[in-house]
Design a protein around this ligand. Structure first.
Ligand code: PLP
Length: 486
């Protein structure tokens, strides 16, 4: 036993670290054998743990055994190959190793001096990713925790441009500003607009077409009518890979509207961005290089453990203007060209996230990434074909990237003609999803499109194979038959 208040002795740390890495290696090998979704009641873990912290320090062997016996059985396993919910992700082994080293180092790259190599690795790795994405050189990257933060910072820079005195004077007494986003845009955009002091009235939702993509003509009309009423247009947010259906907004045409009205164009490619690495998918992102800012999340469809979101800005000085507040104790005294990352967003302290992304890009290389993403898209499209052909099933949106939205119908000849019928169909879909998830063999989530429930299946895990997608389709059909027969 160590003296109270001392850290683990190095040899004890070594023993436990080996045990932990063995556990992770076994977990990654065997995760498919675990239920992807736990069968636990709310409160189960809370009840199984002491309500108060220990007075005397405890053995980490005991903590590890509680982790294995109490925590793991209550988890939804995002690493499971049949995890198809939200946007499916993977913490790949190279990314996990980078994360482990970053925890060991515990450096904080708030300014260049506080960890020069961490700052510069972030510059190098975001530039590598920029090249893989095919974005031009003026785009400058910085790593944040999440797309929610990245979009907040991008819109803060846009606000800085629209209200040049906002940094000093705030927005009091200013004309109402507006950010335009499609009715399919992610909730993080509205949250950012509210956080930036523009209020939810600062969001104007633009209609989408039958394929759930933003209509540039409706955008143009909305901006023109706002200008006429004295509202100040601030930014438009286009989404490449919307959350519900993975639809891809027509960025080139949206960029034309943005340019005509002097609007900042932010592209939320948190999920869809990595598709640009695959040559035959790149046309789907056509025009995104005209953006002022773009967010891409390697922690979504690029095998990097949560959290890792890259924000690219065409003129990062706008971002720096929005966030520079430099007290003497953080000022730089270096004479060379250095970047202080604290000036690119809200947090001062920052984790060394570049390391895991660097390991991921080095290990997979362009070819490995292309191979995997291409397979994910092919399996999702195959599933879309099965859905289209199956009686009593329908696609809820055109197939896009690796995410499919679809519905089951109460019968093959279903023709709802009342609100009660539509509710019955919604309830059937939710019951089918609950039944599949309760099986522990696959995990899906749902959405609502044009007021009706749809199921989503998102392929994004490194360990997913075509068989997992095919088996889940069989599971869905079984669940639908069972629910229809109830
Ligand atoms: N943008 C889109 C299109 C998303 O689907 C999501 C989350 O799924 C986000 C942004 C927010 O991502 P984060 O969890 O990194 O904030």
């Amino acid at each position: 036993m160590t003296a109270p208040g001392s850290d683990l002795p190095p040899e004890e740390f070594r023993r436990l670290a080996h045990e932990v890495s063995d556990w992770i290696a076994d977990y990654l090998r065997d995760v498919a054998d675990l239920p992807v979704y736990p069968s636990v009641e709310p409160g189960a873990l809370r009840r199984s743990l002491p309500a108060a912290p220990p007075d005397a320090g405890e053995s980490l062997d005991d903590a590890l055994s509680d982790f294995r016996d109490l925590v793991v059985p209550g988890l939804t396993h995002w690493n499971h190959p049949a995890f198809f919910g939200y946007f499916a992700i993977t913490g790949s082994a190279p990314g996990i190793l980078g994360e482990m080293l970053s925890a060991g180092l515990n450096v904080n790259a708030m300014v260049w001096r506080s960890s020069p190599a961490a700052t510069e690795l972030e510059e190098v790795v975001t530039d590598w990713l920029r090249q893989l994405l095919g974005l031009p050189a003026p785009f400058d990257g910085v790593i944040n925790d999440t797309a929610s933060s990245s979009s907040l910072y991008a819109l803060a820079a846009a606000r800085e441009v629209a209200y040049p005195d906002a940094h000093r004077a705030g927005l009091f007494g200013q004309r109402q500003g507006r950010v335009y986003l499609s009715e399919q845009a992610h909730s993080s955009i509205e949250k950012a607009v509210v956080t930036l002091g523009l209020g939810s009235a600062g969001c104007r939702r633009i209609a989408t077409d039958a394929a759930f993509v933003m209509r540039p003509d409706a955008l143009d009309e909305a901006v023109a009518s706002d200008v006429e009423r004295g509202v100040r247009p601030v930014a438009v947010v286009a989404t490449l890979g919307t959350t519900s259906t993975a639809s891809m907004d027509p960025v080139r045409e949206i960029a034309d509207v943005a340019r005509a009205h002097g609007l900042w164009l932010h592209v939320d490619a948190a999920y869809g961005g990595p598709a640009a690495i695959v040559p035959e998918l790149r046309p789907l992102l056509e025009g995104w290089e005209a953006a002022d800012s773009i967010v891409v999340n390697p922690h979504k469809w690029l095998f990097t453990p949560v959290d890792c979101s890259v924000l690219y800005c065409r003129r990062s000085e706008d971002l720096v203007r929005a966030f520079s507040v430099v007290p003497e104790y953080l000022s730089s005294t270096e004479t060379g060209e250095v970047r202080d990352l604290m000036n690119y967003g809200v947090p001062l302290g920052r984790r060394f996230r570049a390391l895991k992304l660097w390991f991921v890009l080095r290990f997979f290389g362009r070819r490995g990434i292309v191979e995997r993403l291409r397979a994910h898209v092919a399996w999702a499209r195959e599933l879309a074909g099965w859905v289209e052909e199956a009686p009593g099933w329908q696609l809820a949106a055109p197939a896009s990237l690796s995410t499919i939205a679809f519905r089951c119908l109460p019968s093959a000849s279903w023709a709802p003609d009342s609100e009660a019928d539509a509710r019955r169909q919604d309830e059937l879909n939710l019951s089918v999803m609950r039944r599949v998830n309760a099986s522990g063999r696959a995990f899906l989530t749902h959405t609502v499109l044009r007021e009706r429930v749809a199921l989503r299946l998102s392929v994004g895990n490194l360990r997913t194979t075509r068989d997992h997608v095919r088996d889940t389709w069989a599971l869905l059909r079984e669940a639908a038959d069972a629910e229809r027969a109830r």
